[in-house]
Design a protein around this ligand. Structure first.
Ligand code: TYD
Length: 217
C-alpha cells in the first residue's frame, strides 16, 4: 500500500509553518490513516543536527555547494528514516518544504543551477516526488517584512539574512516550477488572511485525499 505525500512550499514569511500546523490539526480529524507531519531542513534527529549547521547565522564562510549538499544530505536521512517508511505503511505525510526549496534557494537563489541541484536531490531521494505541493505565493519583500515585524519575535536565520535580490530569485524559481508542474503544484495566494489561506489549502488537499480514498465519510 502506498500513502500520499504532500509538501508545502513558499518564500520566507509566506506563513507555511502556521499553515502546516493548522492543516495538520484539521487533517487528523478527517483522515482514515495516520498522518506524519514533518519539516525540512530537519525532520529526524540527524537531519535536525544538519539543519543547525546550515542555518547558523555565524556560518558566513559556508560555500554554496556545501550548503546544497548539506540540504540534500539531511533530506536523504529524513526520507530514509521517516518519509518512505510512512508512505510504505500507507500513511499521509505532510512536509514543510522539500526538494522544490533546494531548487529555488540553492539552484536559483545561490545561482548554482536548477539542473545541478535537481540532480543531487534525485540522488538523495531516489526520485521521490510529492503527490501534491501547496505553493504559498507572496511577494518576497512582503514575506521578509512579516519575519522582521514586531509580532514575530525571532532571529533571522542565515538564509533569511540574504539580500532582497536573492529572495526575488527564489520566488521567480518557484513560479517557474509551478508552470512546469501544473498537476502537482497548486498555487495559494499567501497575501490573504491566514483563514483564507487555510480554507483554500483544505479544499485542495481534501480533493486529493478524496481521490485516494483517504477521507472519512
Ligand atoms: P525553514 O525552517 O522553512 O524556515 P522558516 O520556518 O524559518 O521559514 O527553512 C530554513 C531556511 O532554509 C529557509 O530560509 C529556507 C531554507 N531552505 C533552503 O535554502 N533549501 C532547502 O532545501 C530547504 C529545505 C530550506
Amino acid at each position: 500500500m502506498q500513502g500520499l505525500f504532500i509538501t508545502v512550499e513558499g518564500p520566507d514569511g509566506s506563513g507555511k509553518t502556521s499553515l502546516v500546523k493548522e492543516l495538520s490539526r484539521q487533517l487528523e480529524e478527517i483522515l482514515t490513516v495516520p498522518l506524519l507531519t514533518t519539516r525540512e531542513p530537519g525532520g529526524s534527529q540527524i537531519a535536525e543536527k544538519i539543519r543547525e549547521v546550515i542555518i547558523d547565522p555565524n556560518h558566513q564562510e559556508m560555500d554554496d555547494r556545501t550548503e546544497a549538499l548539506l540540504f540534500a544530505a539531511g533530506r536523504r536521512q529524513h526520507v530514509t528514516e521517516k518519509i518512505r517508511p510512512a508512505l510504505e505503511a500507507g500513511q499521509v505525510v505532510l512536509c514543510d518544504r522539500f526538494v522544490d526549496s533546494s531548487i529555488a534557494y540553492q539552484g536559483a537563489g545561490r545561482k548554482i543551477g536548477v539542473k545541478e541541484v535537481a540532480s543531487i536531490n534525485q540522488f538523495a531521494t531516489e526520485n521521490l516526488v510529492p503527490d501534491l505541493t501547496l505553493y504559498l505565493d507572496v511577494d518576497a519583500q512582503v514575506g521578509l517584512n512579516r519575519i522582521g515585524s514586531k509580532e514575530s519575535n525571532r532571529e533571522k536565520d542565515r538564509l533569511e539574512l540574504e539580500a532582497i535580490s536573492f529572495h526575488n530569485r527564489v520566488r521567480a524559481a518557484y513560479l517557474t516550477l509551478l508552470e512546469e508542474n501544473p498537476e502537482r503544484i497548486q498555487l495559494i495566494d499567501a497575501s490573504q488572511t491566514m483563514e483564507a489561506v487555510l480554507k483554500d489549502s483544505l479544499t485542495i488537499v481534501e480533493n486529493k485525499l478524496q481521490t485516494f480514498g483517504l477521507l472519512e465519510d
